[in-house]
Design a protein around this ligand. Structure first.
Ligand SMILES: [Ca+2]
Ligand SMILES: [Ca+2]
Ligand SMILES: [Ca+2]
Ligand SMILES: [Ca+2]
Length: 342
C-alpha cells in the first residue's frame, strides 16, 4: 500500500546505508515472474541481460504488506519502489527508470502495482532493485519482467485461437504474441473462467514495442498499421489468481456491397447477391459484403440497395464503403475471407 510519510529522501539514504548485501542478485530473463520478500531496510536485486532498444516493462505487484514493523510505526506502509539501473555506468548516474508509470490498480485499497517502463540505452547487464521507500514497512510482491519488443516466454496465437491459461501466483504476468499485418483488425478477449478470481487486464504492443492499446480491461479491438510481431501482456487487476481464456481473432476487412470480391461495387454484385438468394450461387465467404444495407440479414433488399446506389442516386452504402474496414454494427453475419482487402 502506498503511504506518504513525507520523509522519502531521508528514507532513501537510510536504505542505501542499510542495504543488506545478504540477498545478493538473482539473475532473471524476459518473461520471468518472481515472488519476492522485501525485508526491512533491504534492497532486493535482480540482474538481467538486455539489448539496446529493448522496450522493458517491469511490474511489481504487492502481494502482502506486513505493516510498519520495521520502525515501530503503526501503519501498513510497504511503499514499494523499483529501480532499473544500467550496470555499464557508474552507480551515481546509472538510473534508467523508477516507478515511472506510477501505482495502478488500487482496487482493494491495500495492495497495488507499480510499473517501470524503459527503452534500454545499450546492450549489457541491468540491475533491478526492489525496496520499501519508507524504511518502515516490509512485504512481499511479484516482480515481472518483460520486453515488449521481443517478448520472452510468449505463447504464440494465430487464427481463431482460444487459449486456456492460469495465473497461479499473485501478480503473475502472462505473455502472448502473434504475427500481424498492417491490414489486420484483431480482436483479443481475456475472460475469467468459472470459479476464478482473475480480473482481466490486457495490453497490446506493436512491432516497435510501443503500446497501442492499454484498455484496463480484458477487451481489445485494434486496427493494425504495421507488419510484424505483436506482444500481448495479460494479468489480473492486483493479486487475484485463477483460470482464464484468451480468445484471439483476426477480423477480415471488406467493402460493403462488393459481393463478388473484386474491389468495386457494380451491377455484377447485385447479380451475385441475387444468384445466391434465388439461383445456384456459391455460399458467401464474406456475408458482410453481401449485406449491402447492413441490417444483419441477407435478402432481396441487399440487391435493391446495390441497384439503388448505382442507378437511383441513393448515395453511399453503409460503411465500410469508401475504404476497406470492419463491420461497425454487430450482427450474426461474418466475413471469413475477402481477398480485395488483403
Ligand atoms: Ca464487385
Ligand atoms: Ca441486408
Ligand atoms: Ca453489420
Ligand atoms: Ca458482421
Amino acid at each position: 500500500m502506498k503511504c506518504n510519510p513525507g520523509q522519502s529522501w531521508l528514507s532513501f539514504f537510510l536504505i542505501l546505508i542499510l542495504a543488506s548485501p545478504a540477498f545478493g542478485q538473482t539473475r532473471i530473463a524476459y518473461g520471468d515472474n518472481h515472488l519476492v520478500s522485501v525485508p526491512c531496510r533491504t534492497v532486493v536485486s535482480f540482474v538481467f541481460h538486455g539489448t539496446i532498444n529493448d522496450r522493458v516493462s517491469i511490474f511489481f505487484t504487492e502481494c502482502s504488506d506486513t505493516g510498519g514493523v520495521c520502525g515501530g510505526w503503526a501503519c501498513f506502509c510497504f511503499d514499494q519502489t523499483v529501480e532499473l539501473r544500467n550496470n555499464a555506468l557508474d552507480p551515481s548516474s546509472n538510473l534508467v527508470a523508477t516507478n515511472n508509470s506510477g501505482g495502478i490498480d488500487t482496487n482493494d485499497g491495500q495492495k497495488f502495482r507499480t510499473r517501470t517502463d524503459a527503452k534500454l540505452p545499450n546492450t549489457g547487464d541491468y540491475t533491478i532493485n526492489v525496496f520499501d521507500a519508507t524504511a518502515h514497512g516490509n512485504g512481499t510482491g511479484t516482480l515481472s519482467l518483460q520486453n515488449n519488443l521481443k517478448p520472452g516466454q510468449a505463447e504464440w496465437l494465430a487464427g481463431d485461437d482460444v487459449f486456456f491459461d492460469i495465473i497461479n501466483t499473485c501478480g503473475e504476468l502472462k505473455t502472448y504474441a502473434f504475427q500481424g499485418s498492417g491490414n489486420d483488425v484483431v480482436q483479443i478477449k481475456m475472460t475469467q473462467a468459472a470459479q476464478s478470481a482473475v480480473i482481466p487486464i490486457l495490453e497490446l504492443y506493436d512491432p516497435r514495442g510501443l503500446a497501442i492499446a492499454l484498455p484496463r480491461n480484458g477487451n481489445i479491438t485494434a486496427d493494425l498499421n504495421l507488419d510484424g510481431n505483436y506482444t500481448i501482456l495479460a494479468y489480473s487487476a492486483v493479486a487475484e489468481t485463477g483460470a482464464f481464456a484468451i480468445q484471439f481473432k483476426k477480423i477480415q476487412k471488406f467493402l460493403r456491397g462488393d459481393a463478388n470480391d473484386n474491389g468495386i461495387v457494380n451491377i455484377a454484385d447485385a447479380v451475385t447477391v441475387l444468384s445466391y438468394l434465388f439461383g445456384d450461387g456459391a455460399r458467401p465467404e464474406c456475408k458482410d459484403a453481401y449485406d449491402a444495407n447492413d441490417d444483419g440479414t441477407l435478402n432481396l433488399a441487399d440487391a435493391i440497395a446495390i441497384l439503388s446506389h448505382l442507378f437511383a442516386h441513393a448515395g453511399s452504402l453503409p460503411p465500410p464503403f469508401d475504404a476497406c474496414g470492419q463491420d461497425p454494427s454487430n450482427d450474426n453475419l461474418d466475413c471469413q475471407k475477402y481477398e480485395s482487402c488483403e
